[in-house]
Design a protein around this ligand. Structure first.
Ligand SMILES: Cc1cc2nc3c(=O)[nH]c(=O)nc-3n(C[C@H](O)[C@H](O)[C@H](O)COP(=O)(O)O)c2cc1C
Length: 397
């Protein structure tokens, strides 16, 4: 009897040691011991080393939300005026399968600009933002236009620094894909969010009645299911998935397991597994994960919001991004989380039918729904995502 017990505890100890070795191996494969340089831009001291305010402001611009976390920004510093810089859309960072007309990419220019403006106020610089100062793009030569025509000319004027609650929220994750609590938004929250657009051509709509929740939720799920079945679109997303710390430090843009809400020690275990078995996050598994996570999102959403423009010009797309950043930051101050659900707004052929139906329902006067997102109180906070080094944004020419 005693002997059997001894053998049993030997086996148990052996299994425990094996598990520990396995965990240690996964941790090493994940790069768990590495310095996370891709997180440095999130530090409030990150930009202090730059004496040039334009670089300091750009360092905060790059914390903004962007489609597929592509961070598609370039800046050019005016050599003759130290208070002027230009923002360009980085034509090498398009996601042409999912965003064939670069509409989401232009929205992402606006998200950056609003972050620059908010940081400017905090640091004592008013940022005057002139959109498309050299005229808008030639759509038949879009890449060349992006390379040669700035999205914005930003002119700084020295002012009194004004500390703002919005500034502190720049350092929080903009996108929360977790379940939200069922409680509806208070009237004060609704009016605070709706009042954020002062432009007559850009409106903010909020829906929290059962009929619209269910209708919009169905659109979101239907469009996610369509997207999950379009291999070239899924492949485009999967190609920018960074499986481990090595890849995250190397690329510093795109997706990672943090975006699925995983952090801490478990992040390294998951990253180790995904590195060894890439199929966990590609092909059929990726499609199924995407459908499941959309289903969870839709089932735990107390409100949807939209940004709708009267036309669909490049200018309106950029303005949408500016308002979206304002919404995200104001949302943080109100304790509200946000997640865009862009699939039904996407313009590739397979999405045409729900796209048209959605547009007819929610922008019947011929307007364009630029952003659709869920809003609510999150049940869980989420980790920050990768960011590039601000120096890599500086345009070389
Ligand atoms: C135009 C635009 C479209 C987006 N669409 C989606 C989307 O469909 N689903 C989603 O989960 N996140 C979406 N996002 C959020 C980005 O994926 C997110 O901003 C990026 O991964 C960086 O993460 P962060 O916002 O938490 O910093 C979108 C962001 C922008 C600016």
């Amino acid at each position: 009897m005693k002997k059997a017990l001894k053998i049993g505890s030997f086996i148990l100890a052996g299994i425990a040691v094996l598990c520990l070795i396995l965990v240690a191996i996964l941790y090493c494969i994940s790069g768990g011991f590495m310095k996370q340089t891709y997180m440095e831009p999130w530090s409030k001291n990150y930009a202090e080393k730059y004496s040039d305010p334009r670089i300091r402001l750009a360092a905060s611009g790059l914390l903004a939300a962007s489609n597929h976390n592509m961070q598609p920004w370039k800046i050019s510093l005016d050599e003759s005026d130290p208070m002027v810089f230009y923002l360009y859309a980085d034509s090498s960072r398009t996601t042409k399968e999912v965003d064939p007309y670069a509409r989401q990419m232009m929205i992402s220019q606006g998200t950056f600009l609003e972050y620059v403006a908010v940081t400017g106020e905090e640091e004592g610089y008013h940022a005057n933002i002139a959109l498309f100062p050299d005229g808008t793009y030639d759509e038949s030569h879009l890449t060349e236009s992006m390379d040669s025509k700035p999205v914005a000319k930003i002119t700084l004027t020295k002012t009194q620094p004004e500390s703002s609650t919005l500034y502190d929220t720049l350092f929080l994750p903009d996108t929360n894909r977790e379940a939200y609590q069922p409680e509806k938004l208070a009237d004060s929250q609704v009016s605070a969010l709706k009042s954020l657009s002062s432009r007559s051509n850009v409106s903010i709509k909020l829906y929290q009645d059962q009929e619209n929740l269910s209708d919009i939720g169905n659109f979101a799920l239907q469009s996610a299911t369509i997207e999950a079945g379009v291999t070239r679109v899924m492949d485009e997303s999967n190609a920018i998935f960074r499986a481990n710390e090595y890849q995250k430090n190397e690329y510093r843009y795109g997706y990672s397991v943090e975006g699925q809400g995983t952090s801490g020690f478990m992040k390294n275990i998951l990253q180790g597994l995904v590195t060894i078995f890439p199929s966990m996050n590609t092909g059929k598994s990726a499609s199924q994960n995407f459908i499941n996570s959309t289903k969870t999102s839709v089932e735990h959403t107390p409100a949807y919001a939209m940004i709708i423009t009267t036309g669909n010009s490049r200018l309106e797309q950029v303005e949408t991004g500016m308002i979206y950043s304002k919404l995200v930051l104001t949302g943080h101050t109100l304790g509200l989380a946000i997640q865009p659900l862009s699939q039904v707004l996407e313009e590739y052929p397979e999405m045409e039918s729900p796209y048209t139906e959605f547009k007819e329902s929610y922008a019947p006067d011929g307007g364009t729904v630029q952003m659709l997102f869920r809003v609510g109180v999150a049940t869980k906070s989420v980790p920050l995502s990768m960011r590039r080094d601000v120096q890599s944004l500086i345009k070389s020419d």
